[in-house]
Design a protein around this ligand. Structure first.
Ligand SMILES: Cc1ncc(COP(=O)(O)O)c(C=O)c1O
Length: 391
């Protein structure tokens, strides 16, 4: 590859963000492990999103793990409907928590699970629908939301790639029983590494607080929950009651200080990114590349480039042109394409064949994402279109 002139992400942490961390560190005795900064960031995030509760974690993958552990804890064993186009931890979290993933192909317009197929796949064993919104496009329809309401099956939203995107004017992440976000560097906003679970369910919130921190009862914000454990386990030191076989997925205060700075400019950056996406989709050749995505309410940090027709020779030419121009890309969109092709799912009993998911297969072989950040110049996007259309 030639020198990268257009990386997947650029300048996502600014000088002033770094200065905010330095200012915090200049305090007389700044607390560094999880404390009031994490709590304030959670409060600010809940306000921005429009939910009651949020729990900050050390990654979006930890958010996936904890929602699945909590789901298993509250709803018992069973199946979770998942897409083959998503991040590895959306599938591994289901499996690790003792639940069974059931795969549903994607809708080419939203890149999320086909909503009709989801509704058809629900049965008495279904415990949740775990839907990933892919690269800023909303994967929701009213039909799905109503269908889930009628069956009582909880929706869990993976919004790790879609901060600020909306469905009918309401933010993604407010529709689910729980919703998961990532603040990894390459996303809309960053805490370097980090994640968040948001929910309106107070019972779930209390469990997440404990699960985040070794399963310890003292982490709960509910006096009645704590009293219940204290009286049930009088032989234990109340400071060390481990209610769940859990882990440590806490953030540090430094990540939260950064998160608060980043959140202040999230909406403005997203507006710029959305303008960029519309420009990109207007300059690429619609006879060669897919342009009919469901863009209403979208919020993308990456341009989605997908060949209309399967063509390996064209695919290779696209990659060599992008490399030659120093433009970084990732083939396969989220998580590198079809998860069903990955080694971690080989030899797992009951896992279907990748070929049975044709829409995901197409994306696996014939798609890429390219960085979309606020500072991209109009001319750069036009030139990218010229480059792609000449291939
Ligand atoms: C859809 C999706 N879910 C979850 C994650 C995991 O987030 P993290 O990298 O913060 O663990 C990612 C990663 O980027 C993602 O794209």
């Amino acid at each position: 590859m030639n020198e990268v002139t257009w990386p997947l992400m650029h300048n996502n942490i600014t000088r002033s963000d770094l200065d905010s961390i330095i200012e915090y560190l200049k305090l007389e005795d700044p607390k560094l492990t999880q404390g009031p900064m994490v709590k304030t960031f959670e409060k600010n995030w809940s306000q921005w999103l429009g939910v009651k509760h949020s729990v900050m974690l050390n990654s979006g993958s930890s958010a996936n793990d904890l929602t699945m552990i909590a789901l298993r804890e509250l709803k018992g064993p069973g199946e979770v409907i998942v897409p083959p186009l998503t991040w590895v931890s959306d599938i591994s979290a289901v499996m690790r928590s003792g639940l069974t993933p059931v795969f549903v192909d994607i809708d080419p317009e939203t890149l999320a699970m086909d909503n009709d197929l989801i509704l058809k796949s629900i049965n008495s064993k279904t415990r949740a629908v775990f839907l990933s919104h892919i690269l800023g496009y909303s994967g929701l329809t009213n039909k799905l939301l109503e269908g889930l309401k009628n069956t009582g099956i909880p929706l869990i939203e993976d919004v790790c790639e879609s901060h600020g995107a909306t469905h009918e004017g309401r933010k993604l992440g407010t529709f689910g029983w729980a919703s998961n976000f990532s603040f990894y560097y390459a996303h809309h906003m960053t805490t370097i590494e980090g994640g968040m679970i948001s929910t309106n369910d107070s019972e779930l919130y209390e469990i997440l607080l404990m699960l985040r921190s070794h399963g310890m009862v003292r982490e709960s914000s509910s006096t009645s929950i704590k009293e219940k454990y204290y009286s049930a386990f009088p032989d234990l030191n109340p400071d060390f009651i481990f209610a769940f076989a859990a882990h440590n997925m806490r953030s540090t205060e430094i990540n939260a200080v950064l998160g608060m700075e980043q959140l202040k400019k999230l909406d403005e950056s997203n507006l710029k990114r959305t303008e960029n996406l519309f420009k990109f989709l207007s300059v690429i050749n619609p006879n060669v590349f897919k342009t009919n995505f469901k863009v209403q309410g979208s919020s993308n940090y990456a341009f989605t480039l997908i060949l209309l027709e399967p063509n390996f020779a064209l695919r290779d030419r696209v990659e060599s042109k992008l490399r030659g121009a120093g433009i970084e890309f990732r083939r396969g969109l989220s998580g590198g394409g079809n998860q069903l092709r990955q080694p971690y799912l080989k030899n797992v009993p009951g896992i279907p064949r990748p070929q049975d998911f044709p829409n995901t297969e197409h994306v696996h072989h014939f798609s890429w994402y390219i960085g979309n950040f606020p500072e991209l110049a109009h001319d750069q996007i036009v030139n990218l279109g010229v480059l792609l259309n000449r291939i």
